[in-house]
Design a protein around this ligand. Structure first.
Ligand code: PMT
Length: 401
């Protein structure tokens, strides 16, 4: 979480400098305090007043401003930062940092800080591919500087290729990840998410209201905490999170196959997907025609994926979810025991703000010893973190670590 984090954002002279305004806004929206350092060239592309207004802080650009306190500006900004982000970063600033040049406020602050420095290049493709730039990036990477790869697409110079500033949402996520304690660094987590689709004919299927948000939040939170995450997702409108292995499936049978293929390598399995219990007994090859009178569909059982994992889970931690509309705790506890889970997350989908489609959830986490953690409404990433905290407790109790 970026709440109260102190971010020093370096903006350099690229047409993508205007996107740094959006980045500032996103950091501030998440509760971070942002101090912006602009190079002289950056100020040719976008006015400092934009950043001053968005960050509610003065913009820094001069090495030797007339100031009233005796902290030299670069020293105090370097010490202030929990993280430095340079976005956009030109070939010039990358070259200067690699060469040890410290001749303006941004380069001296980078040279002085002990905080992690995340560099987000944006430039013409030929410049980015230039061997000198690539060598500088390699050298800085080996010294611990962090880089994001530029994106592909149309560039301001009207060419097409790699060189676009990474998406603002991706930069924010990378900063979140860098600033998160890596307490699950030894874990390999399978997360399932979203609904399944059970086809009836080429144009119709049976499904449910799952959006995938809860499962994707678990994948994001797990990755931030250092775990290697495989996200197996049914159909969802969400974008695959950065830094996770993403497996797209459609039906329950496909989900089972994907889960079983990754099971051996996993240490934790979290089944947030809303898997259809039944599928049409036959999948018609052509569109079913309307007929007079009612229609009865014949359905057959899908495999219960989590129950199958429960039978052979070994030392893995197995977490299930329960969607209930009545007797939430009793029903969830029965599933926890029957399917050999370690934890079950119960969400009462009759409550506003809980369950399907919302950005928030209201969950109760039950364990096998009768323990129950009841949480108020919170966003799904925060809820995911609380679930992962309980997983950590169980790992500690079981003595795997
Ligand atoms: O995706 P969102 O819109 O964010 O909504 C989140 C959610 C409500 C879908 C999620 O929080 C949730 O509760 N997911 C589980 C829903 C569900 O299928 O509950 P269940 O009680 O039917 O199943 C219990 C457990 O068995 C689940 O972990 C489920 O993944 C698993 N299961 C169920 C059936 C089946 N054939 N195989 C399974 O593995």
């Amino acid at each position: 979480m970026l709440q109260d984090k102190k971010i020093v954002l370096g903006v350099t002279g690229s047409i993508a400098a205007y996107k740094a305004a959006e980045l500032t806004r996103e950091f501030v929206k998440r509760g971070a305090a942002v101090r912006v350092i602009m190079t002289g060239n950056a100020a040719e592309f976008i006015a400092p007043l934009t950043f001053q207004t968005l960050s509610s802080n003065a913009v820094h650009s001069e090495m030797y401003p007339v100031i009233n306190d005796y902290n030299l500006a670069h020293i105090s900004l370097a010490e202030y930062a929990d993280i430095m982000v340079i976005a956009p970063a030109t070939a010039n600033i990358i070259g200067k940092i690699a060469a040890g040049i410290a001749d303006d406020l941004l380069t001296t602050t980078v040279m002085t800080t002990r905080a992690p420095v995340l560099i987000c290049p944006a430039m013409n493709t030929n410049m980015y591919e230039n061997a000198i730039v690539q060598e500088n990036i390699m050298q800085l990477t080996s010294r611990g500087y962090l880089f994001m790869e530029p994106g592909y697409g149309k560039l301001a110079c009207r060419s097409e290729g790699q060189g676009r500033l990474p998406e603002v949402s991706d930069i924010v996520e990378e900063v979140e990840s860098i600033l998160t304690v890596k307490d699950l660094g030894d874990e390999r987590i399978i997360v399932t998410a979203g609904p399944t689709r059970e086809p009836l004919d080429p144009v119709r299927y049976i499904t449910n209201y799952s959006s995938g948000k809860m499962g994707y939040a678990l994948a994001i939170a797990g990755r931030r905490r250092g775990a290697r995450v495989v996200l197996i997702s049914g159909p969802s409108a969400l974008t695959a999170p950065r830094g996770v292995t993403f497996v797209s499936v459609s039906s329950a049978m496909e989900m089972k196959e994907a889960v079983m293929a990754h099971l051996k390598a996993s240490t934790i399995v979290i089944k947030a997907a809303a898997v259809a219990d039944y599928r049409p007994a036959t999948r018609l090859a052509s569109k079913m025609k309307k007929q007079a009178g009612p229609l009865t569909l014949s359905l057959e059982r899908n495999p219960d994926i989590i129950a199958e994992i429960g039978k052979k889970k070994g030392k893995r931690i197995l977490v299930g979810f329960a969607v209930e509309t009545e007797n939430l705790i009793e029903n969830a506890r029965a599933k926890l025991i029957d399917k050999n889970m370690d934890l079950i997350v119960a969400n009462d989908v009759t409550q506003a703000g809980a369950g399907f489609g919302y950005d928030t959830n209201i969950i109760k986490i039950l364990d096998r010893n009768g323990g129950q953690v009841e949480l108020p409404m919170m966003d799904k990433i925060a809820a995911a973190d609380r679930i992962l905290d309980r997983v950590k407790d169980i790992i500690a109790e079981k003595g795997r670590k």
